[in-house]
Every structure is written in C-alpha cells, then in structure tokens.
Design a protein around this ligand. Structure first.
Ligand SMILES: [Zn+2]
Ligand SMILES: [Zn+2]
Length: 267
C-alpha cells in the first residue's frame, strides 16, 4: 500500500465494503485532509476545496414545490413543473443540492462505481444547508436511504445512499433506518428510458416488509438518494412508504440531472 493512497484507488475490489470504510477512516485520522474531488490538501476534512466548490451549480428557489425542479423566473408559491402536472409523484417534496455536472457528476460516479466511499461525507455536507433552511420537522422523522437490490449491494458492497443518509441523520439527530424499505426488483439501469418508461419500470419495485410497518406508521420520512433524474425511483419508494402509513415523504438528493437524458446514473 502506498502511503497516502486510498483503498478504492489501489486495493482489489474483493476488499469488503466495511473494511473499505474503516480503512478510509483510519487514513482520515493519520493523513492531512484532502479535497475528495481533486485530492489537493486543504484545511477541512470531508469537505470539497474552494476551487471545486466554486464549480458547483447550486439549486435553489424558485422551484417546483413538489420535485424541486428549478424555474428560471419567479412563480407563485406551490407551483408545479410540467412533469409533476403530467404525472404527480408520490413524494411531497424533493430538495437537491447541485446540478448533475462537472465535479458533482465525477463525485457520484466515483462514489457509486469507484469505491471512493470517503466522498460521501463531503457530499452530505452540501445536502444539509437546504434541508436546514427548509426547517424540516424532526419530531417523528426517520431518514431512509433509497435501497439497492441485494444483487447490486453484493456487487458494490455498500449502498452509496446509506453513506449519504448516515451523516444527515446524525446532523438532524433523528434515526436512520435502512432496513424499513426493500428493493425487490433490480431496476437500476434505466439509461435509455424516458420519463414515463422509468416510472413504469420501477412501479412496485419497493416494499416495506410487514415486520417493519410499525417503524413507518405515523412517521414522516426523509428519503436520501445520490442523484435525481426523473423522480421515478423516489416516487416508487414514497408510494410504498405511504402505503405503510407514512404521513409525509420528503427527499433529499446530492445532485439533480436537468435538461439531459442520463446514462444509467439513477432514476
Ligand atoms: Zn478540490
Ligand atoms: Zn416538479
């Protein structure tokens, strides 16, 4: 092992997800902080450096009151975008931190496909300010990462959404419960699908196991995912959670694809 290298850079992929995260945490303790995107040294651990931060296209108001799609011009409160008017998603609201491009896109691809689990805390740190501004009621809130199918989880050895959800739940001081939602169909690759196809493809792909319904009933849920493409996955998750008795389902994602059809990045 080269001193200063990360597990995801050098060790074979057979290393388990847990060991991968433990090793990266050990490196965090013994090495000076580096930007998880460009690897240059800087002051704060688990944060993007200034030059990388400046490349992000942050998403704010005005936006669709349901899916958070950013509008170019101010609109009346509670306005919906054309997509939500055409097919109303099952979630109540979505907050995405940045547009899916440049450094944000690289960070997601490295987190999902490059075993770079140490990128997750920096991404979660960018997801929090919007959530805190929204003043989400935390009294009966549960954080739930969008689950991977077990086949995908075995291949990747960790769920990238769970890595994002943990620091968010910690900061909000609410429980993170990844086991309350199960993906029983492997539907992740939807690269060439349009919006309607994606909604059809993931419909019914998620369930709340019967023994977990009491965890959900009467609670508000904050879903966490890495990227929002059409909202089909989050909507299917929300439908299952509402069926199990959730009173409200909001969602937060690190990035949002806008104006481009993505290739297998998310749904
Ligand atoms: Zn950087
Ligand atoms: Zn919308």
């Amino acid at each position: 092992m080269i001193v200063g290298a990360r597990v995801g850079d050098t060790l074979p992929l057979e290393v388990g997800g847990f060991l991968l995260q433990v090793w990266n945490k050990i490196l965090d303790l013994i090495l000076p902080p580096v930007c998880p995107a460009c690897k240059t040294h800087h002051q704060e651990a688990h944060r993007f450096c200034g030059p990388c931060w400046q490349t992000f296209s942050f998403i704010g108001e005005p936006a669709c009151s349901c899916c958070g799609f950013p509008f170019e011009y101010s609109v009346a409160e509670q306005s919906l975008c054309a997509g939500c008017l055409a097919v109303k998603p099952h979630f109540n609201w979505v907050q995405s931190a940045v547009r899916y491009d440049g450094v944000a896109r690289d960070a997601i691809l490295r987190l999902k496909h490059g075993q770079h689990t140490h990128v997750a805390p920096a991404m979660a740190a960018l997801m929090l300010p919007g959530l805190l501004r929204r003043q989400v009621e935390t009294t009966r809130l549960i954080v739930v990462p969008v689950p991977l199918h077990t086949v995908r989880l075995r291949q990747r050895r960790y769920n990238q959404s769970h890595l994002l959800a943990k620091p968010i739940a910690r900061r909000l001081d609410v429980p993170c419960k990844p086991a309350v939602l199960v993906r029983h169909r492997n539907t992740e690759s939807q690269g060439s699908f349009g919006r309607k196809q994606r909604f059809r493809n993931v419909a019914g792909a998620f369930t709340v196991p019967s023994e977990r319904q009491t965890d959900i009933s009467g609670h508000s849920i904050l879903l966490v995912d890495d990227v929002y493409t059409t909202g089909a996955t989050l909507s299917a998750c929300a439908k299952a959670l509402v069926k199990a008795g959730a009173v409200e389902v909001g969602a937060v994602t690190f990035a949002r694809a806008i104006g481009v059809r993505q290739s297998g990045t998310g749904t």
